[in-house]
Design a protein around this ligand. Structure first.
Ligand code: ATP
Length: 507
């Protein structure tokens, strides 16, 4: 039989084994332990929610609610429940400081982190480092270098935050790119990653990103009249979501990239560049279909492929031009219309009257392949249609005239200075290099390229905002027999009724 005094000792021993003695000494440590445990329980619940099929969530939630109700009705039930919850949180939060969310790393995960650390040593260790305990050394420990990490359910690295030594050249793009390449290879190919450099703290964070949703078709998005959904991006990158109907009728809330136009917009005109087949024409079609909700649209199809012919003759479609001569006469009309609206708006302001409705109505000028158009016009001895875009690009914003242009990379050199200077909303689509993204958007993306680039995938930057990943909604030509039936129907649904004869006010 143990001596009477040994019982508290045994209890203390048990607590020490569980790693709880230190934390129970101060209330602050206990609070931290409970908070950490609660965090782990919450992230375990989140994981369960994500990985449980919808049809199983309901019954489990119902059973939990019934148990909570029974506990509530039992004498001392709520108190017992709270004690049990605190105990569970304390147990979950015990002795695992600095380890990833949702539980510490297992044997295999620790081994992965050590391998990753060893791979970083040749890049981050300094030969003859005078520091007694360098962050990176051949006999070093990953625990000092990695300040945060998380693994997926499958044991793949989901997030890693690492410290780098002060001598590392974080200001040199080449040094950064080398480290990013190494981390990407070690974290596993076949996924996209985001890198966040915190120069102040000397830390780099890598996050594995879920692929962007593809197959969302253009539809009546829940947006304000001056807003256009260019596509979808990462949840952390934007502040709102919009409800969408995905392929198969599933309803989802997705984070949109919203392009705002109108008198207060700082980027009222858009330029999209990409490789052939990357989806720039689809992007312009999607913009046109959204614009037709409450505005007028004029399309100039420089490629002349007839990919906008389905819009011809519809209400609020001013014109669809596919020849250089047609484009010139339409764009001359746009110049006159811009000037008319400016004069009318001025007159109204001077006389104190409301601006007439036909001056406030948004007008969209969509130009596909302007480089081809310029070439054709020049070869016919006519003036460059891009010159006519100067007036709407410079002055259109105040009278709700927006210009959106799309071209292929090889046509970019033929774009005029005015087009480049006034299109501050930029999109680049296709399998592009960081250099190409920088050339179009002014900044390289902080994310790696997807393993496979679906049509409509790329990057977007609105003004001087951040470079965001982008997936454009599907908006095929409804006359394209190869497009999916449901997507073609979605486009047809958004088309206005055919215009009544004699009602068109265009060129
Ligand atoms: N966002 C998207 N979602 C689904 N499919 C798309 C998307 N964008 C483009 N596609 C498909 O990819 C193909 C090429 O698209 P699109 O014609 O828009 O490309 P493009 O860049 O204009 O090329 P081109 O100038 O050669 O026509 C089409 O079959 C189109 O339906």
């Amino acid at each position: 039989m143990p001596p009477a005094g040994s019982s508290p000792d045994r209890r203390r021993e048990a607590l020490r084994a569980a790693g709880l003695t230190a934390v129970l000494r101060t209330p602050a440590a206990l609070a931290a332990l409970l908070a950490r445990g609660a965090g782990r329980l919450a992230s375990a619940a989140r994981r369960w929610w994500r990985h449980t099929p919808r049809e199983r969530r309901g019954p489990v939630l119902l059973t939990t609610a019934a148990c909570l109700l029974a506990l509530w009705l039992t004498p001392y039930g709520p108190l017992l429940g709270a004690v049990a919850l605190a105990g569970t949180a304390a147990w979950q939060g015990r002795g695992r400081d600095g380890e990833g969310d949702g539980g510490g790393p297992g044997e295999a995960e620790r081994a992965r982190l050590q391998t990753l650390y060893e791979a970083l040593v040749p890049h981050l260790a300094l030969a003859g480092d005078p520091h007694p305990r360098p962050l990176y050394s051949h006999d070093g420990d990953w625990r000092r270098a990695f300040t945060g990490f998380a693994f997926t359910e499958e044991g793949r690295l989901a997030r890693l935050r690492l410290r780098y030594p002060p001598h590392f050249g974080d200001g040199e793009p080449e040094c950064r790119a080398r480290l990013e390449r190494l981390l990407r290879a070690r974290a596993g190919r076949g996924r996209e990653y985001r890198f966040h450099w915190d120069e102040e703290a000397g830390e780099l964070e890598l996050t594995a990103l879920a692929p962007l949703p593809s197959g969302i078709r253009v539809q009546r998005f829940v947006t304000a009249p001056s807003e256009t959904v260019l596509g979808f991006t990462d949840l952390h990158a934007v502040r709102r979501t919009v409800p969408v109907v995905a392929e198969g009728g599933e309803r989802r809330d997705l984070p949109p990239v919203v392009w705002r136009t109108g008198p207060r917009s700082t980027e009222p005109h858009l330029l999209a560049l990409g490789q052939a087949g990357s989806g720039t024409t689809t992007l312009l079609r999607s913009v046109a279909l959204q614009a037709l909700r409450n505005g007028e649209v004029l399309v100039v199809d420089g490629g002349g492929g007839g990919e906008y012919a389905f819009l011809a003759g519809r209400g609020r479609v001013v014109a669809v031009e596919a020849t250089a001569a047609g484009a010139l006469s339409s764009l001359e009309w746009v110049v006159r219309e811009t000037e008319r609206r400016l004069l009318a708006a001025n007159r109204s302001r001077q006389t104190g009257r409301d601006v007439p409705e036909d001056v406030c109505r948004p007008l969209w000028v969509l130009v596909d392949r302007p480089s081809v158009l310029s070439h054709l016009a020049r070869s016919e001895g006519q003036r460059d249609p891009q010159d006519l875009l100067q007036v709407p690009l410079r002055y259109g914003r105040a009278v709700r005239i927006s210009v959106a242009l799309a071209d292929q990379f090889e046509g970019a050199a033929a774009l005029t200075e005015t087009v480049r200077a006034y299109t501050r909303a930029r999109v680049v689509l296709g399998d592009v290099t960081p250099g190409q993204v920088r050339a179009v958007l002014g900044e390289a993306p902080s994310t790696t390229a997807p393993p496979e680039v679906p049509p409509g995938r790329g990057y977007v930057r609105l003004g001087s905002g951040p470079v965001l990943r982008l997936q454009v909604p599907a908006a095929p030509d409804p006359y394209d027999a190869e497009a999916s039936e449901s997507q073609r129907l979605a486009v047809m649904e958004l088309l206005p009724e055919p215009a009544a004869a004699g009602r068109r006010a265009g060129p």
